[in-house]
Structure formats: structure tokens, C-alpha cells
Design a binder for this molecule. Sequence first.
Ligand code: FDA
Ligand code: NAD
Length: 433
Amino acid sequence: MAEKSFKYVIVGGGVSAGYAAREFAKQGVKPGELAIISKEAVAPYERPALSKAYLFPEGAARLPGFHVCVGSGGERQLPEWYAEKGISLILSTEIVKADLASKTLVSAAGESFKYQTLVIATGSTVLKLSDFGVQGADSKNIFYLREIDDADQLVEALKAKKNGKAVVVGGGYIGLELSAVLRLNNIEVNMVYPEPWCMPRLFTEGIAAFYEGYYKNKGVNIIKGTVAVGFDTHPNGEVKEVKLKDGRVLEADIVVVGVGARPLTTLFKGQVEEEKGGIKTDAFFKTSVPDVYAVGDVATFPLKMYNEIRRVEHVDHSRKSAEQAVKAIFASEQGKSVDEYDYLPYFYSRAFDLSWQFYGDNVGETVLFGDADPNSATHKFGQYWIKDGKIVGAFLESGSPEENKAIAKVAKVQPPATLDQLAQEGISFASKI
Ligand code: FDA
Ligand code: NAD
């Protein structure tokens, strides 16, 4: 089969790839120089939409509405945008072999692609219950959510199982966002997770108590401290019941599983240095192999502010790391340099009429402020994290754009403060920084 050759190849066609393409265009990439190779059938899109507006019962988001870069207020890059710029969008093409020594990628169909510079943007894949040997985990109507095809299957199931029953397995991002949107679809929801409160990797018990109360009021039944250990099916293979470790059995027409993700580094195992489960990079997203960069979910990079190396599985970093890598590629070609990546972690979520933002680091002592009563109409509340007498992290539910900017600033500036002071002043402390 013919071999194609490009100056630059991005492997993966998700959020990072789309934002990288925009930066390549800004930097003046020439027609024919850049290819994006993606196993998805569509041009890069804003993945966060899949667990939110894509699943709305009415007025649902659909492509081409949410191609990158609309999620950050940028231009919407339709397939024509890539064509105009002479960027090859090679879709429905899975790379199954990467040989970094000979700078060659091979697709499932046997096509070869040569590159001079490679950007790895393969993102993450879901952890599956079958990976943990859960009995019956391959029954029909058990769904995971990563790509648009997964979302389409879930949309079909929602149509087929109108007003039915769902079990949501997992109490993280997917669990919380999907439980909400299933309720909006008038599905009965049981949510199951092993921890004592939801989203423990970010939420404290105080934050979680608000969301758990709010979800309960919206009709979500939360079952904590146990896991799904098996599924029974109808004769047609569709899921019927979820068996829990504590002996309970839940009826289910639909099961949605969100038990975490794992970065897709398999193609490069043994060829590139890895750390903390990802591909190790420097502050320019350069890997241990010359001319190979890694961005987004797969990159383990220096988080300058905290003098630590970390991996971040959130959209803001996927956009910014992609831009940084492309700037660094062009600068190095011109014998110039760019500033080191100096990232302030930013995570957010939206569900029902709720919307929270978090900036910084969730370490140290905490103080909750504002109205965290799930029964209240306003429910504006937040939390600060303090380490060594300085604010290092800030969370805010239902903040205005100005207030969200203020908590971002406070997490960046790290002003000194005491717990008492913050408990009293709440958001107004951040607003005056
Ligand atoms: P991303 O997953 O976007 O793209 C990877 C691409 O590589 C995919 O197109 C994949 O098909 C392709 N690929 C993988 N292996 C390949 C191969 N071998 N050959 C060819 N192509 C290959 N974050 C946040 O901050 N706020 C939010 O609200 C949300 N919401 C959200 C919802 C859902 C449903 C998910 C799954 C994730 C989120 N996230 C999020 C996380 C955020 O979307 C995520 O961090 C970024 O999409 C990561 O961008 P990447 O480009 O690294 O991977
Ligand atoms: P997650 O890590 O947020 O949550 C996983 C949850 O699964 C944890 O709460 C854990 O308790 C639970 N769990 C683990 N094993 C379990 C088991 N056997 N049974 C029941 N529960 C179990 O992962 P996720 O929610 O699956 O999200 C997947 C990826 O998508 C992540 O990278 C995440 O960052 C991303 N995402 C982000 C957002 C956002 O930022 N708003 C939204 C959706 C998805």
C-alpha cells in the first residue's frame, strides 16, 4: 500500500488535535505539511458536550455545532476549515503500530504514514468493568462514554427505553453528569459508587454533601459504599438487573459506567519514557524521543507552580498543552524558544442548573463558605484550600463570570489568609485580590 509522508503528523483527532491544528495554522503551516490521523469519523470536537447538551431530551447539541474551537469562544473548525488550510484530516483511521525509530505509523488498514515531527494526542480510553472481571459486563445496554459513537448508542437506548430505569456505576465526573442528564430524560436513576462521598478526587465531604442532597431532590437515588459485581440479562441479551456487592439487586434497562479512564500510551510502550501512567514530557511537551511531542490526557508534564510532574485529564489543559507544543515546535525550527508551560489547573462541570469551577491545587486545610444548603434556591457556595498559610485552591458553585475570574486569580496569586478570615469573608476575599 502507498506510503504517505508529512512534515507534521498529529495522531489522535480529539480536543488537543483540534487546538493544535489552529495553532499550526496561526504559525503559518503550509498546505500539505500537516496531517491529523483519527480513529473517529468526524473532525475534532469539544468532547465535554457529549455528557451534557448532546444528551438533552430537547434542543440537543449535534455536530457540526460543537466542533473545536467553540468551547473556548474560538472559530468553529468545520472539515472545510482543514481543507482550506491544506491540512489533511485522515478520519476513521486507527493507528495500530508506531515505530518512533523509523518515524513511521501504520494504520489498521495497513497504510503507512511517515513524519518528521509527531504530536501524540491519543487521549484516554475508558476503564471497563470487564477489565475487572465483573460477570455479565458485556450485556447489551451497558454503556461507556468517551466518543461520539458511544453517545449515539446511548441516545438510541434512551429512545428505546423511554421513562425506563438506569443504574449509573461510578461517582466521578461521568457518574454525576450522566445521572443528571438521565433524570432530565425522565429516566429513574440509581447511582452506585464505592466511596463515602461522590467525586472524592476533588470534592471534600462538605462539597459532596451539597451535590448529593441536590441530586436526591432531583430524584437520583444514591447508593454509596458498594460496587456492581454482576449483571443479569433478559433472554435477548439486554441487561435486566445489576447485582451489588452488598447483596442488593437493582432493576435496569440501561447501565452507564464511569469508573475512570486510562491514557492511551500503548502504541509507544518501550519506545518513549513514561511516568505516572503517561508519556513524560518537558515544559514544551517534548518527549524523551527527538521530534516527538505528547499533549493532552497522555502527557505527564512539569506543573511549574507546584514543582511537580503530573498528568491532567481535563479539557482546558488539553487545549493549552496543544498550543504550547505547536508554538515550541515552530520556535525550535527557528532557533528560538518559548516560555515554559506554567499551568494553573482548571476543572469545571455542569449538571442540572448547577455549574462549578475549580482552580489550583486541592491540598491542605479547607474552609467552606456561602450557602451550601441543597434545598436553598440560590446555592452559591465555595471552598478554599490553604497550605502553609496561603490559598492554593478555590472552588465555586454558581459563580458569576467575575467571581470565577476572582477564584482563578486567588489560586494563581496564592495570597496569605487564615481559615477564620476566609470563613467570614467567603467569595469577597477572592474578589478583592
Ligand atoms: P481526546 O480524547 O479528546 O482525543 C483523543 C483522540 O485520539 C480521539 O479522537 C481518539 O479516537 C483518537 N485516538 C486514540 N487512539 C488512536 C489511534 N491509535 N489512532 C487514531 N486515533 C486515535 N473536561 C473538562 O475539563 N470539563 C468537562 O466538562 C469535561 N467533560 C467531558 C465529558 C466526557 C464525556 C469526556 C469523555 C471527557 C470530558 N472531559 C472534560 C475531559 C476532556 O474531554 C479530555 O481531557 C480531553 O478531551 C482530552 O483531550 P485529548 O485530545 O488528549 O484526548
Ligand atoms: P473519574 O475518575 O472521575 O471517576 C471514577 C469513579 O468511579 C470514582 O468516583 C470511583 O469511585 C468510581 N469507581 C471506581 N471503581 C468502581 C467500581 N468498581 N464500581 C463503581 N464505581 C467505581 O472517572 P470518570 O467519571 O469515568 O471520567 C472518565 C474521564 O473523563 C476522566 O478522565 C475525567 O476527567 C473525564 N471527564 C471529565 C469531566 C469534567 O471534567 N467535567 C466530565 C466527564 C468526564
